[in-house]
Design a protein around this ligand. Structure first.
Ligand code: BV8
Length: 251
C-alpha cells in the first residue's frame, strides 16, 4: 500500500469501470457530522439505543429525536466539491465506461449533486416506514421530510410507530441493493473509497472483493481507517480538496 500525498489525477480512462464507496467523511465539508470522529454522533448518542431495532422499539421518541434532528440538518446542507466531482466523473464515463456509486450515507447529498447511479445501502433519512413487520406499510417506505421534534409518528394503517427507513445495526441490507453493490465491485477495474472508517460491514468488506478481481483500490480519507492495508494507495486528506483533481480526466 502506498501513501500518495501529491494531489494528481488517477488518469482514469473514458472506458474505465469505476465503483465508488462513500461514507460520512465525504459529507463532513458540507457540515454533516460523521459518526466516529471526535465529536461524532456515536460520542453523543448510544448506538444501541438509537441505531438498533430493539433500542428504537424500547423508546421510539428517543430515536426520533436524533433522526428528526439529522433529517432537518441534512435537508439544509449542500453538496460539496467532492460530491460534485463524483457526479462529473459519472457523466464523463457515461459513453464508454461504467460508474456505480455505493453510499453508506443517508443524507441525500450525492443525489442533490446530480449523481444518478447511486446505491443507498443504508437507506435514506428522507423516507419512513412502519416499524411493525406484520403491517403491509412495513414494506412500503415513503418520502418523509417531516421533523417530528419530540414525538414519534404512528402508522396510519396499524397505529404502531413509524421508523426512519435506514438500516440499523443487526439489520440486513436490502438484498437487491447488496447484490447490486457486489456486482459493481466485482465488475470494476478501479475501486475508490472516500470518507469511511472501514468499520461497518458489509461495506467495509467491498475493498476485499475489488482486490479479488484485480481492481486498483484507492482510498481518500482524512485519517487511516481500519481496513487501510487492503488498499493499493491511500490519499490522506479532505475529500473536497482531493477528489476534483484525483478524478479529473487528463488532457
Ligand atoms: C448486517 C444507521 C447482517 C443509518 C448505520 C454483531 C451483531 C449484529 C451485527 C454485527 C455484529 N458484529 C458485526 C456486525 C455487523 C455490523 C457491523 O459491521 N458492526 C460494526 C460496528 C462492527 N453491521 C451490520 O449490522 C449491518 N448489517 O451486517 O446484516 C447481519 C444481521 C444480523 C446479525 C449479523 C449480521 C448494518 C450496518 C448499518 C448500520 N447502520 N447507521 C444512519 O443513521 O446512518 S452505520 C453508520 O456507520 C452509518 O451508516 C455510517 O455510514 C456507517 C459507516 O460509518 P462511516 O460512514 O465510515 O463514518 P465514520 O464516522 O465511521 O468515519 C468517517 C471517516 O471519514 C473517518 O475515517 C474520517 O477520517 C473520514 N473523514 C472525516 N472527514 C473527512 C474524512 N475523509 C475525507 N474528507 C473529510 N473531510
Amino acid at each position: 500500500m502506498s501513501i500518495v500525498t501529491d494531489i494528481e489525477s488517477l488518469a482514469l480512462r473514458p472506458d474505465s469501470s469505476v465503483a465508488v464507496l462513500t461514507g460520512a467523511g465525504i459529507s463532513a465539508e458540507s457540515g454533516i457530522h460523521t459518526f466516529r470522529d471526535a465529536g461524532g454522533i456515536w460520542e453523543q448518542y448510544d448506538l444501541e439505543e438509537v441505531a438498533t431495532e430493539p433500542g428504537f422499539l424500547q423508546d421510539p421518541v428517543r430515536a426520533w429525536k436524533l433522526y428528526s434532528k439529522l433529517r432537518a440538518h441534512a435537508s439544509a446542507c449542500k453538496p460539496n466539491a467532492a460530491h460534485t466531482a463524483l457526479a462529473t466523473l459519472e457523466e464523463r464515463l457515461e459513453e464508454r465506461g461504467r460508474f456505480t456509486l455505493i453510499t453508506q450515507n443517508v443524507d441525500g447529498l450525492h443525489q442533490k449533486a446530480g449523481s444518478r447511479n447511486v446505491i443507498p445501502i443504508h437507506g435514506s433519512l428522507f423516507m419512513s416506514r412502519c416499524s411493525n413487520h406484520e403491517c403491509p406499510a412495513a414494506g412500503a417506505p415513503f418520502e418523509d421530510e417531516t421533523d417530528y421534534g419530540d414525538h414519534s409518528p404512528e402508522c396510519p394503517r396499524c397505529g404502531r410507530p413509524l421508523r426512519p427507513h435506514v438500516v440499523w445495526f443487526g439489520e440486513y441490507l436490502d438484498p437487491a441493493l447488496e447484490q447490486a453493490s457486489r456486482d459493481a465491485v466485482l465488475d470494476c477495474d478501479v475501486f475508490i473509497a472516500v470518507g469511511t472508517s472501514g468499520v461497518v460491514y458489509p461495506a467495509a468488506g467491498y475493498v476485499f472483493a475489488a482486490s479479488s478481481v484485480g481492481a486498483r483500490t484507492v482510498l481518500v480519507n482524512l485519517d487511516p481507517p481500519e481496513n487501510l492495508s487492503r488498499f493499493n494507495e491511500f490519499h490522506p486528506g479532505k475529500a473536497a480538496e482531493i477528489l476534483p483533481t484525483l478524478l479529473d480526466f487528463p488532457g
